[in-house]
Ligand binder design. Structure first.
Ligand code: SF4
Length: 420
C-alpha cells in the first residue's frame, strides 16, 4: 500500500453529533445518503439512525424544497451523526440548511448560475464553520444551457480520447470553481469528481490529487444495483485508496443505502484503512468435496455473529480437510466440515466435533467464550497460530467421516471431541 497522500484537513460536526475529520491524518470516513424524503421527518430520522448504527460516519440528505430544509431543523437535533445537505440549483436551500444547523454542504457551483449566490453560500459557511464539498461529477459538468457549447463538449465525448476530454473539462471547471472559494479566503473544501466509468474515476482522482491538496471524496456515481455496482465501485475506489488517494468514500447503489455503508466499510477493513469492528469471516467457496450445506451455514454464521460478537475475531468456515486445517491455523475460531459434521478449533485447539445441525450453535458458543476470554485478558486476538494436524482421512481413526457415514457417530464423536 502506498502512503496516504497528504491533504489539508476539514472538521465537521458538533458536540451532540460528534466530530468527523476528513483528510490529513484522519481515518478514511464512510458516508452515504438517505433514500427517503427529507420532509418525512420521522422516516428520515429513522433512516439516518439506521445508517449511523450501521457504521456511517456522516449522512447526506437531499434538500430540493423548502419543506426539506424546514424539516432539517427538527431532524438534526434528533440524530447523533453529522448531517450533510445535498444542494442543487437553489442557493437558498444551502442557506436554509446552514441556518437549520447542517454540518456540511454538498454544492455543485456549475448548476448555481449566479456567482453572487455561490458567494453568499460561501460566506454563510464561513460564518458557521461549515465545510463545502465541491462536486465536478461527469454528469453535471457538461454545459446544459448553452446548446452550442454543449454540442462542442459532447463532441469530445465521442472522440477517441474520452477520458482526456472529460478530464480536461473536470479540471478546468474545478479550477474555475475553486477560484471563487479562494477569492473568499475559504479553504474548508472537499473535492469529488465522480463518474459511472471506473477508469475515468481513477484518472480524474489521480490527476486532481496531483494538482490540489484538498481532501478527496471518492465515489463512482450511478454505480447501479449492488450485484454489479459493488465491483464497479470497489475496483476503482480500492485502486485509488491503495495508491494513497482518497479521504472519504461513498458507494452508490440502487438499493438500500445500508449496503453502501457495509460494503464501503468492508473495503476499508480489507485495505487495513479502518480498524475492523465485528467478526472477520472467511469461508471456502465449496467444491465437489463438500458434505454439508455450507452456503446456508455461512450465511447463518455471518448473520448470527454480526449480531452477537463485537470483537474482530477471525472466523473460518471451511468445507473439508483439504483447506480447513490450513485456514484454522490462522483463524481465532474455525470449523471444517465433513460428512454432515463439523470440527471446531479455537486458536488451534480442537474443542468440538458436532453434527451439522449443531454447528451454528456450537460455533457461536465458542466465539462467545473466546470473546469473553479476550475481554478478560485471558486470550489475545490472532495471537496463537498453531499448526494443526488434520484428522487422517485414511488411517485407522481417520477423519471419522467414513465411520460416521457407517453409523458410528456417537462413538466417533466421543473419541474426537476435545482432542487436540
Ligand atoms: S475447503 Fe474443501 S470443500 Fe472447501 S473449496 Fe476447499 S477443497 Fe473444496
Amino acid at each position: 500500500m502506498a502512503q496516504r497522500r497528504p491533504t489539508r484537513q476539514v472538521t465537521l460536526g458538533s458536540d451532540h453529533h460528534g466530530y468527523v475529520k476528513i483528510g490529513g491524518d484522519a481515518p478514511v470516513s464512510v458516508q452515504t445518503m438517505t433514500s427517503g424524503y427529507t420532509y418525512d421527518i420521522d422516516t428520515c430520522v429513522a433512516e439516518i439512525n439506521k445508517l449511523a448504527a450501521g457504521g456511517a460516519d456522516l449522512v447526506r440528505v437531499a434538500v430540493p424544497e423548502k419543506k426539506d430544509t424546514d424539516a432539517l431543523k427538527e431532524i438534526i437535533p434528533q440524530v447523533k451523526v453529522p448531517i450533510v445537505a445535498d444542494v442543487h440549483f437553489h442557493f437558498q436551500r444551502a442557506l436554509d440548511a446552514i441556518e437549520a444547523g447542517v454540518h456540511k454542504i454538498r454544492l455543485n457551483p456549475g448548476n448555481i448560475s449566479d456567482r453572487k449566490q455561490v458567494e453568499a453560500v460561501i460566506e454563510a459557511c464561513k460564518d458557521k464553520g461549515v465545510p463545502i464539498r465541491i462536486g465536478v461529477n461527469e454528469g453535471s459538468i457538461i454545459e446544459r444551457r448553452d446548446k452550442q457549447k454543449r454540442m462542442k463538449e459532447l463532441g469530445g465525448v465521442f472522440s477517441n480520447n474520452k477520458h482526456g476530454h472529460f478530464l480536461a473539462i473536470m479540471i478546468a471547471k474545478l479550477e474555475e470553481y475553486l477560484d471563487i472559494f479562494y477569492e473568499k479566503d475559504f479553504y474548508d473544501i472537499v473535492i469529488s469528481a465522480k463518474s459511472p466509468d471506473p477508469n475515468l474515476c481513477i484518472a480524474a482522482y489521480t490527476e486532481i490529487s496531483k494538482r490540489f491538496d484538498h481532501p478527496l471524496h471518492l465515489g463512482v456515481t450511478h454505480a447501479g444495483p449492488r450485484e454489479t455496482g459493488s465491483i464497479r465501485s470497489v475496483v476503482p475506489l480500492g485502486h485509488l485508496l491503495a495508491s494513497g488517494i482518497g479521504d472519504t468514500v461513498r458507494i452508490s447503489y440502487a438499493n438500500d443505502p445500508i449496503f453502501e455503508v457495509e460494503d464501503a466499510l468492508e473495503m476499508l477493513y480489507c485495505l487495513e484503512l479502518r480498524e475492523r469492528k465485528g467478526v472477520d469471516l472467511i469461508a471456502c467457496p465449496t467444491c465437489g468435496r463438500i458434505q454439508v450445506d455450507l452456503f446456508t451455514l455461512v450465511q447463518d454464521v455471518r448473520k448470527v455473529l454480526a449480531e452477537e460478537i463485537q470483537l474482530p475475531i477471525k472466523v473460518a468456515v471451511m468445507g473439508c480437510i483439504v483447506n480447513g486445517p490450513g485456514e484454522a491455523e490462522g483463524a481465532d475460531v474455525a470449523i471444517f466440515a465433513g460428512d454432515r459434521r463439523g470440527i471446531i478449533y479455537v486458536q488451534g485447539q480442537r474443542v468440538a466435533n458436532v453434527k451439522e445441525e449443531e454447528i451454528l450453535e456450537a460455533l457461536l458458543a465458542e466465539c462467545k467464550k473466546f470473546e469473553a476470554k479476550v475481554l478478560a485478558g485471558e486470550a489475545k486476538l490472532g495471537e496463537k497460530v498453531v499448526e494443526i494436524a488434520p484428522p487422517d482421512p485414511i488411517g485407522d481413526l481417520g477423519s471419522g467421516f467414513d465411520k460416521i457415514a457407517q453409523g458410528d457417530v456417537d462413538k466417533l464423536s466421543d473419541l474426537t471431541i476435545g482432542e487436540s
